[in-house]
Design a protein around this ligand. Sequence first.
Ligand SMILES: [Zn+2]
Ligand SMILES: [Zn+2]
Length: 168
Amino acid sequence: MARDPAGARNAEEAVISELVERLRSRDWRLTAQRRVVAEVLAGEHVHLSAEAVYDRARRILPEISLATVYNTLNELVAMGEVLEISTGEGPKRYDPNTTVAHHHLYCVGCGGLRDVSPEGLDTLSLSADERHGFELVGVDIVFRGRCPQCQAPATAGAHAVTSESGSA
Ligand SMILES: [Zn+2]
Ligand SMILES: [Zn+2]
């Protein structure tokens, strides 16, 4: 298969082979089913829901079950190898990009989710008062909006959301 040498695909493939590599080096029992789950997390669409992971995994390994997909995702999250992202609506999404700190841009129209690196985060802080005695372990920022496709005026006056909805 020909590949665009400078394309985003390569970055995504790097993320996934990195994930599989990391898992191997941690002695995680890389069964065929677990491997497929780890592999389909990357590709053209990162940030898949568990159902989307299942759909993709099933095309490669038809006998895989939804329960296995959920268990594997939960294990990967518990190991810190995959991030679980809550957009505030819809199902949780899974992100194999744990090596580069990033935040997210979420489309309220189609559910698309992109990685972003917002500026000014270094000056973001909570005063001792507002920390309420918490020991902070992280911050997740989700910018919400409408992607260019979802901003396009609806043609027949009705909803122009197509079957692509939620697939990104
Ligand atoms: Zn959208
Ligand atoms: Zn991400």
